[in-house]
Design a protein around this ligand. Structure first.
Ligand code: CAA
Length: 240
């Protein structure tokens, strides 16, 4: 029986590429999205995967969506925590809502989705959890105290859960993408983005498929010895 994967923020950008890749790998895939109904409909039709609406900041909704996916596809073997938002502003100009929206989505969302999935993985003795962090959680970024804090938190969460899960056949890893050609990066002011691009040794933005390829690797059944790691995918922009 093929494995079941769930991808949060799975209908656009990196998440969509991950869904496409995991489906091509032979997994049964469910994508979760929060708001963009048009993108979700397009994704459902193009990829022919299960697409469900769920706000990762709402723990009860997350529990319900996990139950629904398990009843439709079977137990969840692979969880890709990809959902994330930005609300960029220097801290001295940042509204409380910009802080809390990013922390609730990018960090609390990780707890809300992983908590209902982890017990089943432990019981079955198998799981692959891949958390999408960011270069900016590793190096910091002007205008992103909220996002950098959340993404650094994702890396800490990954390491701690990897230790808790290692004896249970579950690997937990993070991927730290740099600037990838998605809607999120397209919102960065033009001149700022040009300056960032100039600092990427590979000389271009990354492609969502390049991150998806890494997820596919970490999600594979025969890769069970990498855990607690953060895989850097940033074109050489920041070397850790
Ligand atoms: N480093 C140092 N100084 C900087 C700076 C930087 N990166 N950016 C701006 N400044 C300085 C400016 O030069 C200016 O200085 P002066 O007052 O002395 O002239 C001062 O800070 C204020 O600059 P702005 O007027 O431009 O500030 P702002 O408040 O209008 O905007 C900002 C600031 C919102 C942070 C804007 O620069 C911005 O959006 N930057 C992009 C941040 C970014 O990279 N976000 C990533 C989004 S994509 C993503 O997050 C995905 C991922 O995982 C990689």
């Amino acid at each position: 029986m093929s494995k079941v994967a769930v991808v949060t923020g799975g209908t656009r950008g990196i998440g969509r590429a991950v869904c496409e890749r995991l489906k091509a790998d032979g997994l049964r895939v469910a994508a979760i999205f929060a708001g963009n109904d048009a993108a979700a409909a397009e994704c459902r039709q193009a990829l022919e995967i299960l697409v469900l609406k769920c706000d990762v900041t709402a723990s009860l909704e997350c529990r319900a969506v996990v139950r629904e996916i398990e009843s439709l596809l079977g137990p969840i073997d692979v969880l890709v925590n990809n959902a994330g938002v930005t609300r960029d502003a220097a801290l001295h100009k940042m509204e409380e809502n910009d802080w809390s929206t990013v922390i609730h989505t990018d960090l609390d969302g990780l707890y809300n989705m992983t908590r209902p999935v982890i017990e089943g993985m432990r019981d079955r003795g198998y799981g692959r959890i891949i958390n999408i962090a960011s270069i900016n959680g590793q190096k910091g970024q002007f205008g992103q105290t909220n996002y950098s804090a959340a993404k650094a938190g994702v890396i800490g969460f990954t390491k701690a859960l990897a230790l808790e899960s290692a004896r249970k056949g579950i690997t937990v890893n993070a991927i730290a993408p740099g600037y990838i050609d998605t809607d999120m990066v397209a919102h960065v002011p033009h001149e700022v983005l040009e300056a960032i691009k100039a600092g990427i040794p590979v000389g271009r933005l990354g492609r969502p498929e390049e991150v998806a390829r890494c997820v596919s690797f970490l999600a594979s059944e025969d890769q069970a010895f990498i855990t607690g790691a953060t895989l850097t995918v940033n074109g050489g922009q920041y070397l850790v």
